[in-house]
Write a protein that binds this ligand. Structure first.
Ligand SMILES: Nc1ncnc2c1ncn2[C@@H]1O[C@H](COP(=O)(O)OP(=O)(O)OP(=O)(O)O)[C@@H](O)[C@H]1O
Length: 791
């Protein structure tokens, strides 16, 4: 009790504090974000003043005071460093300012400055220049100089910022805009052709740097600007020649005695190179085609690229027109492709590989598809039905080099676009053959195949083992999955497509998916388990085609949330749920993640889904021991949350014991939710809920009435209590629950009750005292007779 009292306030305190902390953290974060922005703005503004912005008052004022003959040049302006004291009555505002310079010359000028347009406007009417026309001319000249200077410096500043702002850009940087600026700055603004870029890729690093690539210009320009801003930095570094070897940026800077101010730039360079390298390795690894040809002329290459781009653009349009809903939408192809074409994503490595592949396709389409098939074969060598094999080991060793699933997606889109091109070519060939043979004009060819290629290109069609499915709607989302209602495009049958993204180099996640598939296969003939139709697992994406459910139990419970208690509704759904669990337990499997959302109705029959963390319990074993703690906290059994920390058996340290009783606990929680509207520890928030489940002193309250004052049957209370016993060994098994009184109610009519009373009175008249045993015996007898009336 003491413990209990001790625990509750503490946990509430923790909770409150946490909430407070969270709130304050969030608000601080927001503040920080805003603050950062503000800071950034403030910083920017101050940068503006210091670097490129409007001239300091001191410059402005002192320039005015220079002699009439003095030629005010840009340099002089920049270098002028005279100051006026406050008492010289000088006011300046970034946006609109009134300058009132009262010195010996008594110059009073009202000047309106528009920062946005980077120019100043004179308000002549309000000028009051008492020193005469020459001062006004000087002022005007000064204005022109400042304007020039500002334009130049703003250009530099934008360039610098763009450098800083680059996030996912590759070493190439923003090519087009830099050229434009180069033009303005009178630098070499030659626009590079595709071939030049490729050729450059083949050149050694020092040549690239000397031929002023965008990359080097962007680093150099940063450096130049940096130097002009910060005169203390005198080091000239050719960033392209940097060879990190085994060194990281800090080590490199130390070793080469470079100023620490170079660290951000050098780090950026370092990570960009690493990314490009990783990407290159990953692409190589996934490409089985060693016999790539790259001997065609550059114009053919350019041609092929343009054609493919066109094809991609076409498929983009198709994709954009398919009415992908928000729910279904993934990053738009066009976005991805656009980012691809900015030359900024992954540097020349990808560029070159892509061209090679495109070229290969155009030179030999069938050869290309065979190489692609090889690639696919290599990927599908990830055999989910076998144990760890060599390739897994290799994959594990190369974690850093993983291809993102987006990469795979875009590859699929490319293939689709290429297929579409191939179809197009065939049509054209047919047309020309027709013209040649029959002298006829072009024939219209209805293009079922081409249409199917386009459908694949549009993201609404997914191919699983060669069978095409069209997405209809998003049914739900899991931690790492999305489930769609899909239609088999060949026979119009409806299925559920579960698409799971996983780390293809994470062996444990691969294992878990292999496990899920194996269990689903093992249970494929069970009516209470959703049927797995087919699956495809490759490169970080698992596609499962399953029977499609109409609603899951969580949706159903939510729907009835505010309706009056309906015992029959609960009994029916809870029994359906337990029947599913019985099938799984009878097959020797522990599901481990039972929750309402993991039961779906398929044509009126409740079925269990999601064996993601399920495990087969080995024969003669009651429990399994998990290395990790997973499941859905609301419905998790205490033993699944409390790590074993046995000192005796080091093998079992920090493991979680999970068995069939853990599933029964979860069922008890769901039944409890059906009656009370929330699971047993639902009133606790966040980690306090976990603490409460684990704490034996926090007892579950089994109220006899709901919050709406509806009576809960004793049989139901008994069943819930039996499922929610802390000690797993004492918890009922699924058969006991199903055979319990709640699930086996007796129908008693008024006739039966009358008979019972009559018999009892007669019996009592003869026997004044009846023992407990006798009562039990009589009750059993009556119940047996009532068996005929069982529902
Ligand atoms: N075969 C199916 N038919 C109909 N709906 C389904 C089917 N499978 C899953 N769903 C729906 O999709 C949702 C997500 O299912 P999924 O199994 O991917 O994730 P989860 O179990 O909720 O999460 P996690 O994988 O993180 O445990 C389910 O809650 C359910 O509503």
């Amino acid at each position: 009790m003491g413990n209990n009292l001790m625990y509750k306030p503490t946990s509430i305190d923790i909770h409150k504090n946490q909430d407070l902390k969270l709130n304050s953290k969030y608000s601080r974060n927001e503040g920080m974000i805003e603050g950062n922005d503000n800071n950034k703005n403030i910083q920017d503004d101050s940068d503006d003043e210091q670097i490129t912005g409007f001239p300091k008052l001191s410059n402005f004022g002192s320039a005015l005071l220079t002699s009439e003959k003095e030629n005010i040049t840009k340099n002089k302006l920049t270098n002028t460093n005279l100051t006026l004291n406050d008492d010289k009555s000088l006011a300046y505002d970034n946006y609109s300012s009134t300058l009132s310079i009262n010195r010996a010359g008594n110059v009073n000028t009202t000047s309106s400055m528009s920062k946005a347009n980077n120019n100043y406007e004179y308000n002549n009417s309000s000028e009051n220049i008492s020193t005469g026309n020459s001062t006004f001319q000087r002022f005007k000249g000064l204005h022109e100089s400042i304007k020039d200077e500002l334009n130049t410096k703003n250009l530099e500043r934008r360039k610098t910022r763009r450098f800083f702002n680059r996030t996912k850009m590759g070493v190439l940087g923003p090519a087009m805009r830099t050229n434009l600026e180069n033009e303005k700055l009178g630098k070499n603004s030659k626009h590079e052709t595709i071939e030049e870029k490729i050729n450059k890729y083949d050149q050694p690093a020092h040549l690239i740097s000397s031929s002023s690539t965008v990359a080097s210009s962007s680093y150099t320009s940063y450096h130049d600007t940096h130097q002009s801003i910060n005169q203390t930095s005198q080091t000239t570094i050719n960033y392209d020649l940097i060879d990190f070897g085994e060194l990281n940026p800090v080590q490199y800077i130390k070793k080469n005695n470079l100023p620490t101010t170079e660290l951000p730039t050098i780090s950026k360079l370092y990570f960009e190179r690493q990314r490009a390298e990783s990407r290159k390795i990953a692409l190589k690894k996934h490409s089985s085609s060693k016999e790539l040809l790259f001997s065609s002329s550059s114009s053919a290459l350019k041609n092929s690229f343009n054609q493919i781009s066109d094809a991609q653009n076409e498929s983009k349009c198709i994709s954009n027109n398919t009415g992908d809903t928000d729910a279904l939408s993934e990053p738009k192809i066009s976005d991805k492709e656009n980012s691809r074409s900015t030359w900024s994503r992954n540097g020349y490595a990808i560029l070159k590989d892509d061209y090679i592949n495109n070229l290969e396709y155009y030179k030999n389409p069938s050869g290309y598809s065979s190489s692609l098939n090889k690639k696919r074969e290599a990927l599908s060598s990830i055999n989910v039905n076998t144990n760890h094999n060599h390739s897994y080991q290799e994959l594990g060793d190369n974690k850093r080099n993983k291809i993102s699933t987006k990469g795979i997606e875009s590859e699929i889109e490319h293939v689709a676009a290429r297929n579409s091109m191939l179809e197009q070519q065939k049509v054209e060939q047919l047309n020309s053959a027709n013209i040649h043979k029959h002298g006829k004009k072009k024939v219209e060819i209805i293009e079922p195949k081409s249409a199917s290629a386009n459908r694949i290109a549009s993201k609404s069609v997914v191919s699983v083992n060669g069978v095409e499915y069209e997405k209809i709607e998003l049914l739900g989302r899991g931690g790492s999955s999305k489930v769609y209602k899909v239609k088999n495009v060949h026979n119009n049958k409806i299925f559920a497509l579960k698409r799971v993204m996983f780390d293809e180099f994470d062996e444990s996640s691969i294992d878990s998916f292999k496990g899920e598939i194996e269990l689903l296969k093992k249970l494929e003939n069970e009516k209470r388990v959703v049927t797995l139709i087919q699956h495809q697992m490759e490169s970080g994406v698992l596609l499962l085609i399953m029977e499609c459910g109409d609603h899951d139990l969580s949706q159903i419970l939510n729907q009835r949330m505010n309706m009056p208690l309906d015992i029959e509704f609960i009994r029916f759904h809870a029994r359906e749920m337990l029947k599913c669990v019985k099938v799984v337990h009878d097959a020797g499997i522990v599901h481990s993640d039972l929750k309402p959302a993991n039961f779906v109705f398929v044509k009126g029959i409740l079925k269990i889904i999601d064996f993601g963390i399920a495990n087969a319990v080995p024969d003669h074993t009651v429990n399994i021991y998990r290395e990790t703690q997973i499941g859905t906290p609301n419905y998790m059994a205490p033993e699944a949350l409390v790590a074993m920390n046995s000192q005796q058996d080091s093998d079992q340290q920090n493991k979680w014991k999970v068995g069939k009783p853990s599933d029964i606990w979860s069922c008890g929680c769901i039944l409890y939710q059906m009656f009370y509207g929330r699971p047993p520890y639902g009133s606790f928030q966040g980690q306090n809920r976990l603490l409460a489940i684990m704490n034996p002193n926090v007892k579950i309250v089994f109220s006899e009435k709901t919050s709406n004052n509806e009576r809960i049957p004793r049989s139901a209370l008994e069943t819930m209590k039996a499922c929610l016993i802390r000690n797993p060994d004492k918890r009922w098994a699924v058969d006991q629950v199903l055979e319990g009184s709640f699930f086996n109610p007796v129908m008693v009519t008024s006739f039966i009750i009358r008979d019972l009373i009559k018999n009892a009175v007669n019996y009592g008249a003869d026997q004044r005292y009846v023992t407990d045993e006798k009562i039990t015996e009589l009750a059993d007898d009556v119940l047996n007779r009532l068996a005929d009336f069982r529902l």
